[in-house]
Design a protein around this ligand. Structure first.
Ligand code: FAQ
Length: 319
């Protein structure tokens, strides 16, 4: 019989707290794997928010009115804020955000596949808000109940802002759907491009998701990738019907038995190609991130110098 070690007692106590629905906080004991899994997932999430500014940022100068420009700028700025909350969250796990940013910039870290698709038309600003923020909300509403306190709390605030993003996106879609034939066609063409990539945001199917078992066991994830994807489909199909547009899936059917909308086969070869860096915009996105990072070097240097000066003043006053 194995002799219980200190760690196994700590692990049992940790798992009992999770089973009781308690929140794990930064100074609490946690298994190394829990810390590693959270760092991986949260840093990828933070990177996604920051890279996710690029496709929409591309349309700020071309928004069709001042009102649209203002709300698009505000949305893109919100995404930067979400990245910052989540980077702060990862720092509570004992990692340095500079190291995480390095991992993104040198290609070791992932970010969401969806941001490797181009934004070719104004309608994409509506469709990203509706489908991409819509998918993010479905995922993040559940993550707001994740077992790690700092991540869960960041999600509560982020979901409030994402809800606003989704509404502004859907409102753009509504205007286009009720506009001229050319506007309606632009909307349809955008939905045709974004529907399948939005479904891929939820990750591989449950049978091919290596991280899910551990994340579900420790209640970081509370639903599987496929469960969340299905929830998103069920919520979104009626919204597409209300807009009078067609979702590009000939196999989409309402299943009377399950009450779900069944979808056709996802092209997983496309998903894996995008993850390997071969999506339509991977190179462009990373080049833009690296340039922004290099251009911001003087800001980081100035902020560090300022902080050091403040600290020196405090030290002198305390001496
Ligand atoms: N893209 O074993 P699983 C947003 C990777 S925020 C790229 O199932 P897991 C807001 C996965 O990392 C969007 N990689 O992994 C916004 C793993 O690789 P690794 C981001 C993906 O962690 C809107 C491997 O495949 N949201 O949109 C993707 O259990 C508009 C195996 O997968 C989050 O990050 C993918 N789609 O489940 C911003 C939410 N899917 O690390 C701007 C938090 C999977 O082993 C504008 N994250 N991979 O090398 C999650 O919920 C989870 O991490 C999943 C993946 C569901 C993404």
């Amino acid at each position: 019989m194995p002799v219980p070690t200190e760690d196994s007692a700590l692990l049992a106590a940790f798992e009992a707290r999770i089973a009781a629905g308690e929140s794990i906080e930064p100074k609490d004991w946690m298994p190394d794997r829990y810390r590693k899994q959270l760092t991986r997932m949260m840093s990828q999430h933070a990177h996604s928010e920051v890279v996710g500014m690029l496709p929409e940022g591309n349309w700020i100068t071309r928004a069709p009115s001042l009102r649209r420009k203002l709300s698009l700028i505000a949305k893109v700025q919100d995404e930067a804020g979400h990245g910052l909350y989540i980077y702060c969250g990862t720092e509570t796990l004992g990692v340095d955000r500079h190291e995480l940013v390095e991992q993104l910039l040198d290609g070791r870290a992932k970010y969401s596949s969806i941001f490797n698709y181009p934004t070719l038309a104004w309608a994409d600003m509506g469709v990203i808000g509706w489908l991409v923020d819509g998918a993010a909300i479905v995922n993040q509403t559940v993550l707001a109940k994740a077992s790690y306190g700092p991540y869960a709390r960041a999600m509560v605030r982020i979901c409030k802002e994402e809800n606003f993003h989704k509404r502004q996106g859907y409102e753009i879609c509504t205007v286009l759907a009720n506009g001229t034939p050319a506007q309606k066609a632009m909307l349809q063409e955008s939905v045709n491009r974004f529907w399948w990539p939005a479904l891929m945001m939820f990750g591989p199917s449950d049978t091919n998701s290596p991280n899910s078992a551990e994340l579900l066991k420790w209640r970081v994830k509370r639903k599987t990738n496929d469960e969340l994807r299905q929830r998103f489909v069920n919520l979104t199909v009626p919204q597409a019907i209300a807009l009078g547009i067609t979702l590009p899936d000939p196999d989409l059917r309402f299943n009377e038995t399950t009450g779900d909308w069944d979808i056709g086969e996802i092209d997983w070869s496309e998903f894996h190609a995008v993850l390997k860096g071969n999506g339509p915009c991977n190179h462009e996105r990373m080049a833009a991130r690296r340039k922004a990072h290099d251009d911001g070097a003087w800001v980081r240097a100035a902020a560090t110098a300022h902080a050091q000066k403040q600290q020196a003043r405090k030290d002198t006053a305390a001496a």
